[in-house]
Design a protein around this ligand. Structure first.
Ligand code: FES
Ligand SMILES: [Fe+2]
Length: 420
């Protein structure tokens, strides 16, 4: 029996209402099966979720499946190259249709009694039905899907948050130069984490822990997280001076290539909360490598300057992205139970980049493989801590404003759901 199933039932509404702003959440938010069910219903079944990179399904008939709580979804490229999403449920007697996490199909054939659906969801074969049977009434149930410059988002709700259009429109010019729709999936890792999905996200939303926990990652970043110029100590002065030079170089590179420069942070004031920033990298200033060096010889899309910094995108509730000149790395978190989650990391490179010639998987993935494993340990530690009856919520620091924004967003969305 898991710890989650041993917890007593919780009064969800009072739990949400008595949440103290500026403090971490009470334990049941992280360990209660009732809150887990609420999270699926109020967050994952209501909001736009980053689900896959378009380049995971490059050809007609290619599909991925994605499990979200009790839901299972098929995302595929149909015969007309259109990207579609369907509930992974047969319209006959409900069997799951596709059991693999990815693959390629001509039609979708139910393994139970072979009802057969075209890739656009239309039912084309159902054996032994009466002559009055109307096949057109039993196509696959569609799910809202949007492709934002090569990133596929789905929303399970029939009325998805309408503000997604504006967010997509804002993001597209930033993402387009990276050529994501035709990029190549160089590598993908699924990392199970023994922690509530919110702890995984909260851990991602601050880097106060990075100095001690992530030696590989911090060598690519300037060690200035959360500092303003007034806070710069003599010890940090050399790093700050390097940063100023790199920031000016990045500014110049963006302006030369006509790359937009408006940063936006709207993490907790809209249904589709997001943040986009574009920061220079330390060392060689190119990529995620111990010395900031390039890890793939071919640059992404139409990017021509290797020193193009880290275009970083955070989206509520379940994703974050880093777009670099030579590769992109995209992250998706899905909840498995109150105390288990799964983090998928996908590395994308230029479609012509050849493994062993332009990049090798070990160097390409080293920094984030290490960082993910280190973060996993931190999440386990926090899950163990919040499960301890001695846990009480603690205050956020000044450099944890994105954690707080994530939690504010979450509580507001849950509160709205309960009210409705
Ligand atoms: S349940 Fe799918 S064909 Fe019967
Ligand atoms: Fe981390």
């Amino acid at each position: 029996m898991s710890l989650a199933t041993q917890t007593p039932p919780v009064e969800i509404e009072s739990l949400v209402q008595r949440r103290e702003v500026g403090y971490s959440l009470e334990a049941p938010f992280y360990i209660s099966p009732e809150v887990f069910d609420l999270d699926v219903a109020a967050i994952f079944a209501k909001h736009w979720l980053f689900s896959a990179a378009e380049s995971e399904i490059p050809d007609a008939g290619d599909y991925v499946t994605i499990d979200i709580g009790p839901y299972s979804v098929i995302i595929l490229r149909d015969d007309d190259e259109e990207i579609r999403a369907f509930h992974n449920v047969c319209r006959h007697r409900g069997s799951r249709l596709l059991n693999e996490s990815c693959g390629s199909i001509g039609n979708i054939v139910c393994p139970y009694h072979q009802w057969t659906y075209r890739t656009d969801g239309e039912l084309i074969f159902a054996e032994s039905q009466p002559h009055t049977f109307d096949r057109s009434r039993f196509g696959l149930k569609p799910i809202h899907v949007r492709n934002v410059a090569g990133l596929i988002f789905i929303c399970l709700d029939e009325n998805p948050p309408a503000d997604f259009d504006e967010v997509a429109q804002f993001l597209e010019p930033y993402l387009a130069p990276y050529g994501l729709p035709t990029a190549k999936v160089a590598h993908q890792i699924d990392l199970p984490e023994e922690g509530n999905w919110k702890l995984v996200m909260e851990n991602n939303r601050e880097c106060q822990h990075c100095d001690g926990a992530h030696p590989e990652l911090v060598s690519a970043y300037f060690p200035l997280f959360g500092y303003t110029e007034e806070d710069i100590t003599p010890r940090l002065r050399p790093a700050f001076e390097r940063y100023q030079v790199a920031a000016a170089d990045l500014e110049r590179a963006c302006s030369l290539s006509g790359f937009p420069r408006d940063e936006r942070r709207e993490l907790d004031n809209r249904p589709t909360g997001f943040q986009l920033s574009h920061l220079p990298l330390d060392g060689a200033g190119i990529s995620f490598a111990p010395d900031g060096a390039q890890v793939c010889k071919k640059l992404m899309g139409s990017i021509t300057d290797p020193k193009f910094g880290d275009l970083s995108l955070h989206m509520q509730p379940n994703s974050w992205f880093h777009f670099l000149s030579d590769h992109a790395v995209v992250f998706r978190v899905l909840p498995l139970s109150a105390d288990k989650s799964i983090v998928r990391t996908t590395w994308l490179v230029h479609p012509d980049a050849v493994e062993g010639v332009d990049y090798d998987i070990d160097s390409l993935t080293a920094v984030w493989r290490a960082t993910n494993n280190e973060d996993r340990e931190l999440v386990i530690g926090t899950q163990n801590g919040v499960t301890n009856p001695g846990y009480v919520p603690g205050p956020y620091s000044l450099v944890e404003d994105d954690v707080e924004a994530f939690v504010n967003w979450y509580v507001k969305r849950v509160d709205d759901y309960l009210e409705s």
